[in-house]
Design a protein. Structure first.
Length: 323
């Protein structure tokens, strides 16, 4: 019998080479993590319920504060305190607070400290971060280690107060800015972002004759607008919300920022000038004044945050990649 008619031995593998290789190469698809699986209807419903509950937990107290600040004294007395359902609405609390006196002056103080302090802090932080991002600069490692040490070891309240007093900063607005002007954390975030900028781009600018300040102003800052906006928001919120420095470095009540005046109102101390008579005559409720001051203190941050929100995620993620 010819070779072509010979039967294949029993048990031999008659599968062709490519097919056999394809069969051997087939493997079971690995299971994906739970968070990568397509969500089910029950899962989506659970997420919706959880997010709705979280929104209500945040917005409901804010609603109470706003409604109470707009309510008349009779409505507040009828509700027994905080108002949930709007009744007789009035703007008398806001009109009196913004017509002059201690609250308006305190708001202007907070606004001025926030603008000046944020500008000063950003200038110092950007310059410091840019210098530290150049790893070949003299004393780079020692300066970086010194800054890191301040994050773990502080001088303490009493030595800091004595230093501020020795510098003649007590009862001045500089005492609200200089003691906490620079955050090492913010400097490190900026430094990490600056280190991600291509060195070839900076070297080409130096070849063209640009100095460090011009490189910083023309190249680094335009490329870092996202992280700079986020850090500026951090500083601005910190200055606007600060109250501790004013409570220990200032004794003049006319220099107090808005947060300290709000604390005095919440603690039911003497009402601001111009409001005491209205409260005594029954035209104004102390509770509506307290809530109105809280709304005024919250308003600038609530207005500014949406404009910086688009930069927040990009700035923080990019600035935290490399250290």
């Amino acid at each position: 019998m010819s070779a072509s008619g010979t039967a294949a031995p029993v048990g031999s593998d008659t599968t062709t080479g490519p097919a056999r290789g394809h069969r051997r190469g087939r493997r079971a698809t690995p299971s994906r993590p739970v968070w990568e699986e397509k969500p089910t209807r029950a899962g989506l419903a659970g997420k919706g319920i959880a997010l709705t509950a979280a929104c209500l937990a945040i917005l409901f107290p804010l609603w109470i504060v706003i409604v109470t600040s707009l309510s008349s004294r009779s409505t507040i007395d009828a509700a027994g305190g905080l108002v949930v359902v709007p009744g007789d609405l009035t703007l008398i609390a806001y009109e009196e607070l913004l017509s002059g006196g201690q609250v308006q002056r305190a708001a202007l103080v907070s606004l001025g400290v926030t603008v000046v302090g944020t500008t000063f802090s950003m200038v110092v932080s950007v310059l410091c971060a840019y210098g530290l991002s150049r790893t070949n600069s003299p004393g780079h490692r020692w300066i970086l280690m010194t800054l890191l040490a301040t994050m773990f070891f502080g001088a303490g309240l009493i030595p800091t107060y004595l230093l501020v007093q020795a510098l003649g900063l007590t009862d001045t607005y500089l005492a609200l800015i200089l003691p906490g002007a620079v955050s090492v954390f913010n400097v490190l975030v900026l430094r990490s972002f600056f280190m991600n900028i291509s060195p070839e781009l900076l070297d080409s600018a130096r070849i063209d004759g640009a100095g460090d300040l011009r490189i910083l102003w023309r190249i680094v800052i335009p490329l870092s607008r996202a992280v700079i906006a986020v850090i500026a928001l951090f500083y601005a919120v910190g200055y606007w919300s600060a109250w501790f420095n004013a409570s220990i470095y200032l004794t003049d009540q006319n220099m107090m920022p808005l947060q300290n005046v709000m604390i005095q109102l919440v603690q039911k101390q003497e009402p601001p000038t111009g409001l005491g008579q209205l409260i005594k005559t029954g035209r104004l409720s102390p509770l509506s004044v307290q809530m109105a001051v809280m709304v005024l203190a919250l308003l600038p941050v609530a207005v500014a945050s949406p404009f910086v929100q688009k930069h927040f995620r990009k700035g923080m993620l990019t600035g935290a990649v490399k250290g």
